[in-house]
Design a protein around this ligand. Sequence first.
Ligand code: ZN
Length: 172
Amino acid sequence: MNRGTGMNREPPGMAVHEARMRLALRQAKLAAEAGEVPVGAVVYNGGELAGQAWNQTRMLKDPTAHAEMLAITQAASAAGDWRLVDSILYVTKEPCPMCAGAIVLARIPLVVWGMSDPQRGGAVSRFQILQTAELNHRSEVLTGVLEAECTALIKDFFKKRRLESKNDEDFE
Ligand SMILES: [Zn+2]
């Protein structure tokens, strides 16, 4: 399958995508254990694992500390290049508008996620930032990879929060 990503090797098949998403899920579970909204992300650059992170907004008191932002920063730092033109980002939930903006700026050719976010998704669901002709880069997307597991993590987290009568607004 040719995704037109400019990658000079066979694009990974679904089994590879799922294996990498499992690493993102592992990151998301670390977030849940730390009381953060359980989203995890990994970046493969040149076919190698180059970044992995979980959402740390509360811990770092930083609204930009989403899993994708941290993983992209790691991958760019490892590459010594802000352009990640031979990379794939895996994330358990559809990127928000901020992260989608960073993905465009990093020129990441393919973004793979599990759970889509019809209410706030910044990639394609609510805002189509990854596929806006006026921006200088468009990313291919592959959605629904290990969707059930990714969705269950988020749902369980907020269900538990509600049982503890904590305010979900803390987690916007
Ligand atoms: Zn985000």
